[in-house]
Write a protein that binds this ligand. Structure first.
Ligand code: AMP
Length: 402
């Protein structure tokens, strides 16, 4: 079975085509600048030359048509015809409380995703454009939706409710939903497999630290708490997002600076985090470079970022009354030797012992970076959200055709 995985943003569309007989990637790519002039399609067929096409792509239906074009192209294609695509899996950011797991796309699912636009106004409409565009181009192909929030639906009320009037929950579903669920699910499962231990006996803290960042407490294979909240703004300090702050700061700053709701939202989501404190960049590589050159603002940005990761690890160890495994994943988690080192060298109270040599190795494979004496296993597990989407799509489509 060949499965096309689609991650649609408002002006971009990422894709990967999987052959599920061996879970190999046949091709992947990205369409950028949809709806702007000179849209760019970058197509990477496995074992063939990468191609880039610049053209005018005004909306997602055309973007998918172009993607299907390159996938079946004589020269840089990887399949003979569109009919070789058996199903399409979509990443959807918000599944609210309705989607506790991935689901087949039907009219009910679409109506529910639309109802959730309110909770993810930037992301869910883009996913819906991807679904509709797929429907237009491939009307008979089954589609599956895989939600970033679904894995966290196991959180107990005490983790997901905010201590505000309950009517806000009953009326508007204001609560913690979390995000990066496919990644936290994938790396926690992969950690148990790597250690050859049953997932349901483990207390794992998964650190998905990339451009967006979240930590999750995974107990017995279930998410019991996560640092992102109703939206992906809460929790850790991120590239451009503030993470946790005193909510009273919002009305205070709005009042003093005469900001609108949109302006304050934009300040907290796009102009805060590493970017705001360093004054240089939202990219951890540049912050680390600045720190190594002795730049005071980059050093402060790094220290604040690291401190918050470490505080959340402590909080989740407390939440689970212990921790067996800490997993690092995503851009910063997988690649930043110095971030991992600074976090882990101050977790000795938990019995963490870092092997500094293992921490230096870059392999792209799951690996252990703690010593054999460490009371907590510390692992790096490269995340693979697309593979989770492909696997879920495969499973659900097979079950529905029985
Ligand atoms: P992601 O969102 O998972 O793709 O992660 C992207 C982020 O990973 C980038 O913004 C970088 O800050 C970070 N990153 C990638 N490589 C490195 C590296 N070698 N050292 C530190 N940070 C890195």
């Amino acid at each position: 079975m060949n499965i096309l995985v689609i991650n649609a943003g408002s002006s971009s569309l990422k894709y990967q085509l999987y052959d599920m007989t061996d879970e190999s990637v046949l091709a992947k790519g990205l369409v950028e600048r949809i709806g702007m002039d000179s849209s760019i399609l970058t197509h990477k067929p496995t074992g063939k030359q990468e191609v880039t096409e610049v053209s005018e792509i005004l909306e997602h239906t055309t973007a998918i048509r172009k993607v299907l074009g390159v996938l079946t192209n004589e020269e840089h294609g990887v399949i003979d015809s569109v009919a070789s695509i058996d199903a399409v899996g979509h990443r959807v950011v918000h599944g609210g409380e309705s989607f506790k797991e991935s689901a087949l796309v039907d009219s009910d699912a679409k109506a529910e995703i639309r109802r959730l636009f309110d909770l993810a106004p930037l992301h869910n409409p883009a996913s819906m454009m991807g679904i509709k565009a797929t429907e237009t181009n491939m009307p008979d192909v089954p589609q599956v939706v895989v939600f970033d929030t679904a894995f966290h639906q196991t959180m107990p009320e005490k983790s997901y409710l905010y201590a505000i009037p309950r009517v806000l929950y009953s009326k508007y579903k204001v609560r913690r939903y979390g995000a990066h669920g496919t990644s936290h699910a994938f790396v926690s499962q992969a950690a148990a497999e790597f250690l050859n231990r049953p997932l349901d006996e483990l207390k794992i803290i998964t650190c998905h630290i990339g451009n967006g960042a979240s930590l999750t407490a995974v107990q017995g294979g279930k998410s019991v708490d996560t640092s992102m909240g109703m939206t992906p703004l809460e929790g850790l300090m991120m590239g451009t997002r503030s993470g946790d702050l005193d909510p009273a700061i919002v009305p205070f700053v709005m009042n003093k600076e005469e900001l609108t709701v949109n302006e304050v939202n934009s300040m907290l989501n796009k102009h805060s985090g590493l970017l705001a404190i360093s004054g240089i960049s939202s990219d951890m590589r540049e912050i680390t470079e600045g720190m190594q050159k002795g730049d005071a603002s980059s050093t402060l940005a790094f220290e604040m970022y690291e401190y918050r990761v470490r505080k959340y690890i402590g909080a989740y160890a407390a939440a689970m009354n212990g921790v067996d495994v800490i997993v690092f994943t995503a851009g910063v988690g997988e690649n930043s030797v110095v971030l991992r080192q600074r976090v882990l060298e101050q977790l000795t109270y938990l019995g963490v012992e870092l092997d500094e040599e293992l921490n230096q190795i870059r392999s792209g494979e799951p690996r252990r970076i703690s010593t054999s004496n460490s009371k907590v296993e510390v692992l790096i597990i490269p995340t693979n959200e697309e593979l989770v989407i492909a696997r879920d799509t495969h499973r659900i489509v097979q079950a529905s055709s029985r």
